[in-house]
Design a protein around this ligand. Sequence first.
Ligand code: ADE
Length: 230
Amino acid sequence: YNKIGIIGAMAEEIDLLHKHVQTSVSFEKAGITYVEGTLHGRPVIFCKSGVGKVNAAVCTQLMIDAGVDCVLFTGVAGAVDPSLNIGDIVVSTTCLQHDMDCTPLGFARGQVPYQDVWEYEADSRLIELALDACDRLFPGRSVRGKVLSGDQFVASREAVRLLHEELNGACTEMEGAALAQVCAMNDTPFVVIRAMSDKADGSAHVNFSEFTVEAAVNSHRIIDDMIQRM
Ligand code: ADE
């Protein structure tokens, strides 16, 4: 990968990238600021996506238009697999939009109508790089799994049970599958890396904003490790 795209969901992670990337230029498009530079000598572009699938889709397409060869996405998510704990990390195998629902027309749950593929596969090399970084930095705290995305903050036991039983998701968030679909449309490799901030069941396990700061530091370390080995 020549030029590496990094999309962060958290302002704190973008701040860390600002500190560590040797910046050459930045540009603004569709209200998003893209910063180009080098990290460990590798050309990178980073930006903050904003929340939700539309923001993620626009952000990803503009990043691809800026010439990146792969896209890394980091943020937090609600755990869907009951064996996951707060702070564990999910590295995407595939991403699916759980709120895409044309089942009354006979399509599968999550299927984008008339498309043969609606569960988008992350790049195997990026998955291994991410898992290797997690093994070194946070041993025993990472898994590979299916990332479910929808324009909703999931906060009920019933909703989370259905996401696990019907769609076999590992975690749920609000951007990954949109980014994944745009990457698939452009033949661009991607991986989504998510730290579990809650169990998507409405219970307050952690102080969300405090956890976000910690998660941003951890995901910065993962990205940093990956780029050194790419
Ligand atoms: N991001 C973090 N937790 C989430 C949840 N429970 N639902 C959707 N997005 C999230």
